[in-house]
Design a protein around this ligand. Structure first.
Ligand code: TRP
Length: 456
């Protein structure tokens, strides 16, 4: 078998197109909504440091492994993994590698579309001046009213999913590449604009200090697992996508170099997002540890008081929607490609089926903020709502475990020669990568897990 042939779904038109699309997948709500609030909850600098180590030591090697599986198999994750299993004459057990990822990706998108819908609605709230002159209690009440109106939220998440469905239905080059080619550059420019605004009108020094001066007394083992899980989440690993996008990779594209670029771009965006959001938070004497409401409750208070707050508040939420949109496209692509392969659907049919199922699943998240039966719902420790449990299940369990499976599968099961054919590294660098994948990443992940359940 060779990876020379293209996938039935098409192929990226260039290396840049791939890097843009994969960066679009990686950069999303995770960078701008989640990263700042988990940094805030975990006390700042020390958490950021652990997160960076996780990206470098585990994230990048696992990303390369995942892209390699896709590029070798040239199909949606489950069929790509199947092809590699056949090639290695391994047990069917390893199919779990793909299924865990696709499941995680699907569950993530179900709540992702809801939060992206919040952001969409907030464009209009910011733009119509709804934040102006309101105090913390009033903004909190506004957010509270907003998230306790299920029908409105269903409308917004529907809008996001419908847009995503239309793009994905059009295919790899005409749909995904085109949408990402506009949305990513626009998103990046808007982010820079917000960062400059924040530096000018916020407390940049305090923000910088908070993010980069490590205080290890504030770091808990749960924080370490959160950093590890977030490294997977933010790079879009272990959720099927990097396999899927890898399947569309032109033969000559370097997996190593493109992975490094994607990881750098993703990390830079997260850090800039932090440096854009925290100066605004601190400059207005607000709390960094506000949780998931940080950018929906804390930031609007600030925008409501700051010069040109209407304009920059609107710009902020437009930027957030662009970021979320390119990730949602990626999240849905593997289920669409799988439906096309498995049941010979046309792309638009597969896109319609996927978006409908996801929209219905999203209702669980929507009700998490309103209906009593969904807000009191504990499966995993300390997780209260359906959404909390979904987030815990995906980010803290499925992604790290899926990452572990990918590392072990490529490190131990896939023939080294096969890996070497796909990963363009010289002898020494290849050995190092293979070593990290076979030993360092699995041991680190297992160690964090054992610690968590109190066994290490
Ligand atoms: N990386 C995305 C973010 O930071 C979230 C995400 C996780 C994702 N897994 C994914 C996006 C798979 C696309 C595909 O927001």
């Amino acid at each position: 078998m060779s990876s020379n042939k293209a996938s039935v779904h098409g192929q990226w038109s260039s290396r840049l197109a791939y890097i843009l699309a994969a960066t679009g997948a990686a950069v999303g709500l995770g960078n701008i909504w989640k990263f700042p609030y988990i940094v805030g909850e975990n006390g700042g600098g020390a958490f950021v440091l652990v997160y960076l180590v996780c990206i470098l030591l585990i994230g990048i090697p696992v990303m390369m492994a995942e892209v390699m599986i896709g590029k070798r198999g040239r199909k949606s994750p489950s069929n790509a993994v199947r092809a590699l299993i056949a090639e290695a004459k391994a047990k069917p057990f390893w199919r779990l590698t793909a299924w865990m990822g696709v499941t995680a990706g699907f569950l993530i998108l179900s709540f992702y579309a809801v939060i992206a819908g919040w952001a969409f609605a907030y464009i209009f709230k910011a733009g119509s001046g709804e934040f102006v002159g309101k105090d913390a209690a009033q903004i909190g009440e506004m957010f509270g009213n907003f998230i306790s109106n299920p029908h409105e939220l269903m409308f917004w998440s529907f809008l996001i999913l419908a847009m995503t469905g239309v793009v994905v239905a059009k295919g790899v080059q005409k749909g995904i590449e085109k949408a990402v080619g506009y949305a990513m550059p626009a998103m990046f420019i808007l982010l820079i604009v917000i960062a400059i605004y924040a530096a000018k009108y916020g407390d940049f020094a305090q923000a910088f200090n908070f993010m980069f001066a490590p205080d290890f007394s504030k770091l808990t083992i749960n924080g370490v697992l959160e950093a590890l899980g977030h490294a997977f989440f933010t790079l879009s690993l272990a959720s099927g996508v990097m396999m899927m996008y890898g399947a569309y990779l032109p033969k000559e594209t370097s997996i190593f170099k493109s992975s490094i670029w994607i990881a750098i771009a993703d990390t830079v965006v997260a850090l800039i997002a932090g440096l854009a959001i925290f100066p605004i938070v601190f400059g207005n004497n607000m709390e960094a540890g506000a949780g998931p409401g940080l950018i929906f409750q804390t930031l609007p208070i600030a925008f409501g008081q700051m010069p040109m707050g209407i304009l920059f508040g609107t710009v902020f939420f437009v930027m957030l929607v662009f970021a979320a949109f390119t990730s949602a496209i990626a999240l849905i692509e593997s289920s669409v490609a799988w439906l096309v392969e498995r049941y010979s659907f046309r792309r638009w049919q597969a896109a319609m089926i996927s978006t409908t199922v996801l929209w219905l699943l999203g209702v669980g998240t929507i009700y998490s903020f309103t209906e009593a039966s969904w807000t009191q719902f504990t499966i995993f420790p300390e997780q209260k709502t359906f959404f909390d449990n979904l987030d815990y299940l995906t980010s803290k369990l499925l992604l790290p475990l899926g990452g572990l499976m990918i590392a072990v599968f490529v490190g131990w099961v896939v023939d080294k020669k096969v890996a070497k054919e796909e990963i363009d590294l010289n002898e020494k660098a290849f050995k190092l990568w293979h070593f990290v994948l076979s030993y360092v990443a699995p041991i680190a992940i297992i160690y964090v897990f054992l610690h968590l359940i109190g066994l290490a």
